[in-house]
Design a protein around this ligand. Sequence first.
Ligand code: NAP
Ligand code: SF4
Length: 671
Amino acid sequence: MAEFPHLLAPLDLGFVTLPNRVLMGSMHSGLEERGDWGAVAEFYATRARGGVALMVTGGMAPNPEGGVFAGAAGLFSADDIANHRLVTGRVHAAGGRIAMQILHAGRYAYGPGCVSASAVKSPISPFVPLALDEAGIETQIAAIVTAAVRAREAGYDGVEIMGSEGYFLNQFLVRHVNQRTDRWGGSFANRMRLPVEVVRRVRAAVGPDFIVIYRISLSDLVPDGSTWDEVVELAQAVQAAGASLLNSGIGWHESRVPTIATSVPRAAFADLTGRLRRAVTIPVIASNRINAPEVAERILAGGLADMVSMARPFLADPEFVIKAASGRAAEIAPCIACNQACLDHTFSGKLASCLVNPRACHETELVYGPALVPKRVAVVGGGPAGLMCARVAAMRGHRVVLYERAAKLGGQLNLAKVVPGKEEFHGLVRWLSDEVARLGVALRLGVAATPDDLRGFDAVVVATGVRPRDPGIAGQGGANVLSYIEVLTGAPVGRRVAVIGAGGIGFDVAEYLVQTGASPTLDVARWRREWGMGDPALVPGGLALGGPEPEAAAREVTLLQRKAEKPGRALGKTTGWIHRAALAAKGVRMIGGVAYRRITPAGLEISRDGQPEVLALDTVVLCAGQVSERSLADALTAAGIAHHVIGGAEVATELDAKRAIDQAARLAAQL
Ligand code: NAP
Ligand code: SF4
């Protein structure tokens, strides 16, 4: 019997049978806006070859006012149709299926021309939308229907109509955005008229043998959102209007409850999909924080869904399904839900990629072809950069020796994985370590390589990483002062703590220090209480009545930095708010603009605005950034041995695993 029988079972939609239960969810890659349609086609064809049953494209605007940003891709002209045909043709040639997502952003469209039910601004946008009149609503419906018809013309197997995450159709459903008194507002029957009309008219226009997915918001996670009864009423109406499948949407973009970040428990919302499934007869799709075949299998076997949607996991590994189906599930590159190379890039206007897989969205440009001449390659350093370099070099046929001074692989990732909410990093270290073993990389653990060891290799790569920066604060040699490495490897820490440095590591250390007991990420009920997620059947929108109920902090923590700005500004674009909110909920004081005077056995003396202040403390933790560990690189230079330096060993500033892994993969692709 196959390892994942439910995941790999076909799904009959009547007019088409999908080969398995895996949907690749919609993601914006940024490739379309670059106009490189060959790259778009290769992105999707690569995933089709990997065995996914059905893919959904990134959101396509039905008209300019519905685009998430000015210039957002859509299906506006004959040229657009030809471009999209290139994509669908390549996907079909690869044996796959693809649906186009139609995304009308409504008041989330970032521009002064945005439209909505009423002129009610979103808290995450500076633009007040124009309240549509009757004719304006008809124009929007017509644009969505036209987009669906064009999608069919362009060869798509279906469309997904985006009705969740607080976008246009979702905005009409809730009273706080829809304040209309005409037939599109007021009673729920009126408020849901727009999404139901859209599905009905799309179905009528595309015919019966075309997949129509409706993405429905199961819990808006905003005050005054939909009730569960309304969700069910809408789902049943959308089903009657002709939807083939219902996909789950969780939380509006303006929600203050995280829904996809790494600290969100796996499959945290699948129970809501299970509840929806009991209310409709068409197949339903579970979504959010599903990143491993065993998690997907559990959801399906438990009767919570008919399909599972995974989006980011297909950036991390396009071969997710093939590997799961062929007894190679352990080889699946894990999406750690960090958002660092995907959503953070998208929201900064950069091309998306993946921390774990730098080839994602770069398929045509970064290629791991077989080495023309197999070489003997030495890689020094078993952190993310060294491991990825060794992996890709070995994949290409080089004979690789990997030296690591410590007794185990993983480098700084081993520190990240003990931070509450970063449990996914365990999987990344495991995967990278398994990969180098599987590919026959010779490991030299516990060996600090010397120039003599490295003489005679055809290529030497130095990935020795970083060491903590010495902040040079008077008294830092005291018994009450610890480095972040000591803390994250288990050194005892007192009750009143100051963390010096509020970068990524300072925040991580603070989260580690305030946590009591096991991480809430491993316990959905506790996590929901901490973030104030309730039940939409009890409170409209699904927020908890009493708000968030954070557990008491294990310690009193003060997080300090010298810059006068708000601590945490440089954290990830889509995740920084989560870290700041999590620490604020635990009462962590975050102070910018300090000068460090000295550390004494009683605490830390600082000054702010020239005013001295004494913090009474038990422990001071140094998280003052890092400097490159270049001693080996310098010794190799002195010995005249040619070498490459990558990752933190090359540049420590702003270092993160994303840059280290990307640089490593690109070097290894060229060796
Ligand atoms: P960092 O982000 O560069 O932060 C270093 C902190 O130390 C800053 O707050 C800095 O603020 C302070 N600092 C610098 N020089 C100092 C000095 N001489 N004395 C006292 N304080 C000093 O470095 P990091 O926190 O070590 O993180 C390293 C990298 O790992 C980051 O670039 C980050 O991208 C990555 N990382 C990312 C995450 C994530 O969640 N994405 C998590 C962990 C680590 P002031 O100079 O203002 O005092
Ligand atoms: Fe997943 Fe992070 Fe890759 Fe995005 S960048 S796909 S969140 S591993």
